[in-house]
Design a protein around this ligand. Structure first.
Ligand SMILES: NC(=O)C1=CN([C@@H]2O[C@H](COP(=O)(O)OP(=O)(O)OC[C@H]3O[C@@H](n4cnc5c(N)ncnc54)[C@H](OP(=O)(O)O)[C@@H]3O)[C@@H](O)[C@H]2O)C=CC1
Ligand SMILES: Nc1nc(=O)c2c([nH]1)NC[C@@H]1CN(c3ccc(C(=O)N[C@@H](CCC(=O)O)C(=O)O)cc3)C=[N+]21
Length: 275
């Protein structure tokens, strides 16, 4: 058996088309909407994502600036910049890339992003609102996972969903989105005992870890739907997921890397900007 391939390209293209229409209307009514991406990392996956957002933004008619504070940026420096962008009436969306420099925690600085401009749902207030069912911008990656499952009619109500990874960017907000859809949610992390036993119970398994091919056939039961969020650079300049391709022999469905969650993430980030 080989798993159904849950590609994200078509969904992403549809989202971008809707964004382009709304961005054009907005530009014709005044000025283009503007996103500013703040970065302080030389992480390859982050650099790739930033280039991808900037290029896609240009194509849909959004302005996008990249504000690189360098890997020596401090929490105070980052907070000050995020607060200034939040107060700038010419800026509509503010996004902070992770990872952050050593010693700087996301929660120490993300509070400086105005929740009204918090297009990647980084402010703790945004996560709190998401967790309590109030309107909020969901982190684009977490939203992309649910959008992709919806695209392929994967039922979530009552399903056992297991998320591997508990970051504020992916795992935690995703757990809330899945709960909101009436899944029974388990979140795993680096201290989880007997990971394979937990992941084997999943109807829907999401890997958001950042470890190449961590999820092997031994981690899944036959018929599971697997979403691979991982984007790990390979030595040859390619990209590998968190899920071993051999899982396709056991799973019912699997999202590819590249071409799965990634393109949908970029499209939903831009959608949050026009929203
Ligand atoms: N395709 C896309 O759109 C996106 C892809 N990504 C990619 O997704 C991956 C995860 O990103 P992010 O959440 O930011 O990463 P983080 O490094 O912030 O979080 C990784 C999580 O994985 C857990 N973990 C690490 N090792 C293990 C292990 N051996 N077993 C179980 N859990 C483990 C960590 O646990 P602990 O908390 O205990 O340390 C942590 O919760 C990366 O590859 C990133 O590039 C990210 C965003 C978007
Ligand atoms: N605050 C924050 N939010 C993030 O969402 C975030 C972040 N920080 N830091 C870095 C990671 C990484 N990330 C990716 C998103 C899309 C692709 C993507 O679209 N990749 C393409 C392929 C790229 C290629 O072929 O090289 C794909 O999967 O098809 C990759 C990586 C978001 N991240």
């Amino acid at each position: 058996m080989t798993a159904r391939r849950l590609a994200g390209g078509d969904l992403a293209a549809r989202i971008r088309a809707e964004v382009a229409e709304r961005a054009t209307a907005r530009r014709d009514a005044g000025r283009p909407a503007r996103l500013v991406i703040v970065t302080a990392t030389d992480d390859e996956a982050s650099a790739w994502y930033v280039r991808s957002i900037a290029s896609a933004a240009g194509k849909v008619g959004l302005d996008c600036d990249v504000d690189d504070l360098g890997t020596a940026a401090t929490a105070a420096g980052l907070s000050a910049r995020l607060a200034a962008l939040s107060a700038d009436p010419a800026v509509d969306g503010v996004m902070l890339q992770t990872p952050l420099p050593p010693g700087v925690a996301l929660a120490d600085v993300s509070g400086a992003i105005d929740p009204a401009k918090d297009v990647d749902g980084a402010n703790p207030l945004s996560l709190g609102r998401l967790a309590t069912g109030l309107p909020a911008y969901a982190p684009a990656t977490a939203a992309a996972v649910v959008a992709l499952l919806d695209e392929y009619d994967v039922g979530l109500a009552g399903a056992r969903a297991v998320v591997v990874g508990r970051s504020a960017v992916v795992g935690k907000p995703l757990a809330h989105l899945l709960l909101d859809r009436d899944a029974t949610v388990t979140v795993c992390h680096s201290r989880t005992r007997d990971l394979a036993a937990v992941t084997s119970s999943a109807d829907v398994l999401v890997a958001a870890v950042g470890r190449t091919h961590l999820v092997t056939p031994e981690h899944v039961r036959a018929g599971v739907v697997v979403v691979d969020v991982g984007t790990n650079p390979t030595p040859d300049g390619g990209l590998a997921g968190d899920v071993d391709p051999a899982v396709a022999e056991v799973a019912a469905a699997l999202t590819p890397v590249p071409g799965g969650v990634g393109p949908v993430t970029t499209a939903l980030l831009l959608k949050n900007v026009v929203d």
